[in-house]
Write a new protein. Structure first.
Length: 195
């Protein structure tokens, strides 16, 4: 899935799309004040807008992945790992050897942490975006407390007072910030606000 970048002009979202789309939109508004761009993680982005649209297109065009060493069809990459001798002994005794055992361990650990990691990542992205775009809006601090406390109703009540595009983008960043039962609620709320 392609990562989405956004561009705001004041409180209005003027572009949403690929990195290149966002850079070209920011370039079109370069003479304007209050133009901010954000990445999928909520971080502000300073695009290099020098050289005109053609140079920007070259600079931010998608890069095709190159295949390296290892098992390229699987995307396996060789890296150095340091372990204690007893760890290597245990890994070597596992079916398939050390590499297979390590991949299984990493997969199991990443699945176990998937929910909490997704929640944390969504909260951090929403906070970064809100700090840049809504830090001076009413209810900012209360909204951030509700975000990190996992209180979706209080969060929604606070951001509902903000300009429409900022509140909508907050809902997008925070879509997974309230745990497994909450994203659908936020999506429903966002859809009803759009009607």
């Amino acid at each position: 899935m392609e990562e989405r970048y956004i561009v705001f002009h004041g409180h209005r979202r003027v572009a949403s799309g690929s990195r290149l789309d966002a850079a070209l939109a920011a370039h079109a508004l370069a003479a304007e004040a209050e133009v901010l761009a954000f990445g999928p993680d909520g971080r502000g982005i300073d695009f290099d807008l020098t050289g005109g649209a053609e140079r920007i297109s070259e600079r931010y065009a998608p890069i095709e992945a190159t295949r390296g060493r290892g098992r390229p069809k699987l995307g396996v990459v060789a890296r150095e790992v340091t372990l204690l001798p007893r760890h290597w002994e245990w890994l070597a005794s596992q079916p398939g050897g050390a590499s297979v055992a390590m991949r299984k361990l990493v997969e199991a650990a990443s699945r176990a942490a998937e929910g909490p990691d997704r929640i944390r990542t969504a909260r951090e992205a929403a906070y970064r975006f809100a700090s840049a775009m809504a830090g001076d809006l009413p209810g900012f601090e209360e909204a951030m407390r509700a975000l990190f406390a996992g209180e979706d109703m209080a969060f929604e009540a606070r951001i509902d007072l903000w300009p429409g595009d900022i509140a909508a983008q907050m809902r997008t960043y925070a879509a997974e910030a309230f745990g497994p039962d909450q994203p659908a609620d936020l999506a429903t709320t966002s859809a009803s606000k759009a009607e």
